[in-house]
Design a protein around this ligand. Structure first.
Ligand code: PLP
Length: 392
């Protein structure tokens, strides 16, 4: 048989999704893959029940149903102040995952450099491989996850065509400040680069942190490609509804890539989700209050158990420092944590370009009972880790 493709030969399977399989095998509390275990808003699921009867059940327009794009444009303008033309500046995709891939395929030629902050969301590595981009990593240095503007400028000087900005950030929970965004915008303008923003956590923020949209900064509207999603905002990760918002010239290209990648997002799910896009501000305030509660319960709980953890400003992840256990192999440690302690995390090294092996990532978008169960199990971690050698 001929060899399979070179391009995809170096893919590992996703560590995040692999940890979910390990969690299921051992009956561990699964705090690895980031999805809520609570129900989506009932207005959305009730509308879905109606749509099951009424339709639509056939293909929507390839770049997304008209009423969905119109509702999305209104929501985007409401929160960011950006006026968005629903016909020329939006493509609805199968999750932001497809949105990011379509954005990369639209911007990047094989061999082009793309700046990626590290730690980074695992998928960007695969997006780079599939689009042929060469990532140039710029560290966000723990514990504050700050970047050095000089190092960032060096990355642009290497001829980077684009930068991927995950804001709020998975896994470190960083929310970029206005000053930081201004540095990024200044360099993008100076070096004539695109910025692809991953804003899937735009509504999951902890006071006093606020989400600022890079695209509103001067000169950024035409070079920013916003990628976002309904997955996290409405707790519907399985619906696979995401989108790309950008200048018409860019969107024209994204439409074509998207058309040949997937044809379109699920028509009945778009129809049902319009209700969510039309929610009043109170919905987003309640969402933030709910996440503030889960963060206090779980991150506060880890602190009370004496663990050293990050203090997320946004998104729903926390990084825990496990150096006290002498961890060198964070993957082995995470497997042991799932099988013996009964809590599944993601090994931190899967998010870092640098050699970082002393962190694990938990997510806390879960019911109180789930988080309390995880904390109860983690209470035994120190005792159970004594004498263990398999990750050193
Ligand atoms: C930063 C980030 N971007 C994108 C995604 C994928 O989102 P979607 O469900 O919209 O494909 C995730 C999911 O965890 C994420 O954390």
């Amino acid at each position: 048989m001929q060899k399979l493709s070179e391009r995809t030969a170096h893919f590992t399977d996703s560590v995040i999704r692999r940890m979910t399989r390990i969690a299921n095998l051992h009956g561990a509390v699964n705090l690895s893959q980031g999805f809520p275990d609570f129900a989506p808003p009932k207005e959305i699921t009730e509308r879905l029940a109606e749509v099951a009867q009424s339709g639509p059940h056939q293909y929507a327009v390839t770049w997304g149903a008209q009423n969905f794009r119109e509702a999305l444009a209104r929501k985007q303008e409401h929160f960011s102040g950006l006026a968005v033309n629903p016909n020329e500046e939006i493509v609805v995709t199968c999750g932001s995952t497809e949105g990011m891939m379509a954005a990369m395929m639209s911007v990047v030629n094989p061999g082009d450099k793309v700046v990626v902050f590290s730690p980074f969301y695992e998928n960007y590595g695969a997006d780079a491989i599939l689009s042929g981009a060469e990532p140039v990593y710029v560290p966000l240095v723990p514990p504050e996850f700050l970047f050095d503007a000089e190092v960032l400028e060096d990355a642009f000087r290497q001829g980077a065509k684009a930068l991927i900005l995950c804001n709020p950030s998975n896994p470190c929970g960083k929310v970029f400040t206005k000053e930081e965004l201004e540095v990024i915008a200044r360099l993008a303008r100076k070096y004539d680069a695109y910025v692809i923003t991953d804003e899937v956590y735009e509504h999951i923020l902890y006071a006093p942190h606020r989400h600022l949209y890079l695209a509103v900064l001067p000169g950024m509207r035409e070079r920013t490609i916003i990628v976002s999603s309904l997955s996290k905002t409405y707790s519907i990760t399985g619906w696979r509804l995401g989108y790309v918002i950008a200048h018409p010239t860019i969107i024209e290209r994204v439409k074509k890539v998207h058309d040949f990648l997937t044809v379109g997002a699920a028509a009945p799910l778009m129809e049902a989700a319009v209700v969510g896009l039309n929610f009043p501000d109170a919905y987003y305030q309640e969402l933030q209050a709910h996440y503030a509660h889960m963060k206090e319960l779980f991150v506060g709980g880890l602190k009370r158990l004496g663990f050293t953890v990050t203090d997320p400003q946004g998104a729903y992840y926390v990084l825990m420092d496990v150096s006290e256990f002498g961890v060198r192999d964070d993957y082995g440690f995470s497997e042991w944590l799932a099988s013996e302690v009964g809590v599944a995390a993601v090994p931190g090294s899967s998010f870092f370009h640098e050699d970082v092996h002393h962190l694990v990532r938990f997510h806390f978008a879960k019911e109180d009972a789930t988080l309390n169960e995880a904390l109860n199990r983690l209470e035994n971690l120190r005792k159970m880790a004594q004498g263990q050698k398999n990750w050193k």
